[in-house]
Design a protein around this ligand. Sequence first.
Ligand code: DQA
Length: 143
Amino acid sequence: MKKVLVIHGPNLDLLGKREPKVYGRVTLKSINSGLKKIAKAHKASLTIKQSNHEGEIVDLITGAGKRFEALLINPAAYTHTSVAIRDAIAATGILTVEVHLSNIHAREEFRHKSLISPVSHGTILGFGAQSYYLGLEAILELI
Ligand code: DQA
């Protein structure tokens, strides 16, 4: 069975209430249930985590190497700042797909750079919850 770890970074627990003009009204719960449906249809197993803490995300990634074949991650604000998360992905060598709800290139300049993209197989952004679903479909094809 294909095993995928999903990590939602900081503040994504607030989706639905958080900046709806940018992120829409979709909740994390509904994104997760959409992901679970896709996984079920592919007979894949998903473990889903959300964390507001950089070190915790690093630990999840370094612990994922042996237990999971791939990582679907929305690093949220850490996308633009976290050398530690980038290094954890590089060190683990885990197949990684980066996703974003919004088009980070159409937003403030500080969001234009992702430290995670260079260590990811690919990045999907700007499609709201669909970014996650497309990312998971891509991962399940790649594994
Ligand atoms: C985000 C984009 C980031 O710039 C931001 O900090 C987030 C969410 C997105 O999914 O569009 O928290 O990763």
